[in-house]
Write a protein of this length. Structure first.
Length: 133
């Protein structure tokens, strides 16, 4: 092998190595650019996810406030219902009121009879007083 052949062969090997290194370098740069692009997308998605999470938290807080208001109203209604009469008690009251109405009606009839008697006695006494003069 001559020196010229060795130089050509060495030149060919260096060129091949240079070509491989350049290819790897370009490939690495493309991968780095793709990774940077993916990283930007991930950061944007992270921001969007955070915004959605914040909105969800605000909605949950509003819902919790409404639930607390409804709970307070329910407690008030339960307290009021607790003091109301039951259906049986209302029925008993209706029955008793009917009895009282009947008794008042009977008293009214008795009062009418008493009133008539008092008038007759009054008329008798008035006539007697007129005759006695």
């Amino acid at each position: 092998m001559s020196a010229e052949t060795i130089i050509l062969f060495a030149s060919l090997v260096v060129s091949a190595i240079s070509l491989v290194v350049t290819g790897l370098s370009l490939r690495h740069r493309v991968k780095r650019d793709e990774l940077a692009d993916v990283d930007k997308r991930l950061q944007r998605l992270d921001g969007e996810i955070t915004a959605v999470g914040d909105c969800a938290k605000e909605a949950a807080d509003r819902r919790e406030g409404k639930i607390d208001d409804i709970h307070d109203r329910l407690v008030k209604v339960e307290s009021q219902i607790e003091h109301m009469p039951s259906g049986d008690m209302v029925h008993k009251l209706e029955t008793q009121m009917a009895r009282v109405e009947g008794a008042v009606s009977a008293l009214g009839e008795n009062l009418n009879a008493i009133t008539a008697s008092v008038r007759r006695i009054d008329e008798y006494l008035m006539r007697r007083a007129e005759l006695g003069k």
